[in-house]
Design a binder for this molecule. Structure first.
Ligand SMILES: Cc1cc2nc3c(=O)[nH]c(=O)nc-3n(C[C@H](O)[C@H](O)[C@H](O)COP(=O)(O)OP(=O)(O)OC[C@H]3O[C@@H](n4cnc5c(N)ncnc54)[C@H](O)[C@@H]3O)c2cc1C
Length: 466
């Protein structure tokens, strides 16, 4: 049954709001609830398009009075549980970004994307730890750990967090840092936004202006050789290098360069950040030069703001399903399965099956919450299928389930908070993203700060009473 908020309650709520609130059927509702992932359908009782922290406070207090759950969305790249019947806070109007070049930190509002920060940071020769695409929201990404092409060198984005403004389930705005509310602060660094709604974050930036990065695309028929070399080559790479290998079914779109358009390929990609970018980058490529000519080589020194070119993730909203597992290694047996799943003749409907290398700063015993549960996983597998019809959605979901089953013997058992969306964010998988000790501590915090699980439309950590 549809949840309806009383008209007079809504009227009073709206009168005090800086932003807007939309109930089902009202103009603006559809747009405000729409997620980047077109497969995420949410039917909240109210969407609050917040303009600032006061709107977030008002929305949480309203939900509390009405006994409703609260969801939050900046971009809709990571909807794990639809905010059906709840209050959905849309933060996409809160995009303020401020960089302090002296302290090398950034302060961003809840709805800021990495793309909003790039220019502000690069002006001072600084960079944040964005992921594969700058279209993702900074807060959502950081709440789930967050790692990208600088991950092995600088760790998870959550490790760079310095301070957050948070609206708690009581509807109070508090500051969380190592010095104030340190327990909530700990839980923010990978707790998937379970303890409150963040209205702004402050985090460290790093002196990076350029990196060496790109892709070597090979024909799918070479997948065996590529995986064999990749598993050896990636074994002892320095932390300055973050690498991946990916099977791609590239769509036949006109803006894709001709040699790749509509083709199935395997690509080796990496990012090097350190001294002597060009020289060292070419040295890293040397073993690959012996494998013969790739279809395309996009490696070179690139400005930090071009880093999206390494992963080439889709920018516009897209219906997608994904599945992720962490792998213990890329043994010959694992590689054989991967080729069977996504190589030539596999008929894989996935646009990508990627194995990103973990380790380095991400695998050091964490002083803080680890959003991957364990530190012995060496690679993280991520399969993604784009879907343009219900039939395609079914086929992709079935294939992802087949992938999950097939790789099971080679997985470490750990999950990663940020790579769980939609039906992939099951209670068991969310729990597997944390070590037993971290999980226990998170549940204790949830019991203390959100005992009624108001913040439940997420990769949820339920309180013990639930
Ligand atoms: C194309 C693509 C590429 C990606 N690449 C990477 C990558 O390289 N590395 C990586 O780590 N992840 C990556 N992700 C995963 C992404 O980081 C997560 O899905 C993240 O949660 C998205 O955050 P968002 O705000 O953009 O999405 P949203 O769907 O708006 O938010 C997702 C969740 O974040 C939490 N959240 C958002 N805002 C707040 C807030 N203000 N307060 C509290 N909680 C909040 C909520 O739980 C919310 O449900 C990628 C996802 C996609 C679709």
């Amino acid at each position: 049954m549809e949840t309806i908020i009383d008209g007079s309650v809504l009227e009073g709520f709206r009168a005090a709001l800086r932003g807007d609130a939309y109930a089902p059927g009202e103009e603006g509702y559809e747009e405000a609830r729409a997620a980047w992932n077109l497969n995420a359908h949410q039917s909240p009782a109210l969407v609050v398009a917040a303009e600032g922290a006061s709107d977030v406070i008002a929305a949480v207090r309203l939900a509390r009075e009405e006994g409703l759950g609260v969801g939050v969305m900046a971009t809709g790249h990571g909807v794990a549980a639809p905010a059906d019947g709840g209050v959905l806070i849309n933060t996409s109007r809160m995009r303020g970004v401020r960089v302090d070049p002296e302290t090398r930190t950034a302060r961003v509002e809840a709805g800021a994307k990495w793309a909003d920060l790039v220019r502000e940071a690069t002006t001072h020769g600084l960079a944040g730890l964005q992921g594969s695409t700058s279209g993702v929201g900074i807060v959502g990404y950081t709440m789930g750990g967050g790692f990208g092409w600088l991950g092995r060198k600088y760790g998870f984005a959550a490790d760079s967090l310095k301070e957050a403004d948070v609206v708690t389930a009581d509807g109070e705005l508090i500051k969380a840092s190592a010095y104030e509310n340190p327990d909530i602060f700990w839980g923010l660094k990978g707790g998937g936004g379970n303890l409150g709604i963040v209205t702004s974050l402050e985090f460290a930036l790093y002196p990076i202006t350029h990196v060496f990065g790109g892709n070597l695309f090979y024909p799918m028929e070479k997948a065996g050789e590529v995986l064999e070399l990749y598993s050896r080559w990636s074994e002892d790479l320095p932390e300055e290098v973050t690498s991946a290998v990916a099977f791609l079914n590239i769509p036949p779109m006109p803006d894709i360069p001709e040699p790749l358009r509509g083709r199935s390929v395997i690509t080796v990609r990496f990012c090097y950040t350190g001294e002597d970018l060009h020289e060292r980058g070419e040295e890293l490529l040397a073993p690959w030069r012996e494998l013969g000519e790739p279809i395309m080589d996009t490696f070179g020194v690139m400005p930090y703001e071009m880093m999206d070119m390494i992963s080439m993730d889709p920018v516009d909203p897209l219906g997608a399903y994904g599945h992720s597992e962490t792998l213990r290694d890329l043994s010959p047996e694992t590689c054989e399965i991967l080729i069977k799943l996504a190589g030539a003749g596999s008929d894989s409907p996935l646009i990508m099956l990627e194995m990103r290398q973990l380790g380095g700063a991400m695998s050091r015993p964490p002083a803080d919450l680890n959003p991957m549960g364990r530190t012995d996983a060496r690679y993280i597998l991520n399969g993604i299928g784009a879907t343009f019809s219900p039939e395609m959605a079914q086929a992709v979901q079935a294939y992802l389930a087949y992938v999950a089953e097939a790789v099971k013997p080679y997985t470490s058992g750990a999950q990663y908070v940020n790579f769980m969306d939609l039906d992939g964010a099951t209670p068991e998988r969310v729990k597997a993203a944390y070590s037993p000790e971290d999980w226990e501590r998170l549940v204790e915090l949830k019991d203390r700060y959100d005992p009624h699980n108001m913040f439940r439309f997420n990769r949820n950590i339920p309180p013990s009473a639930a």
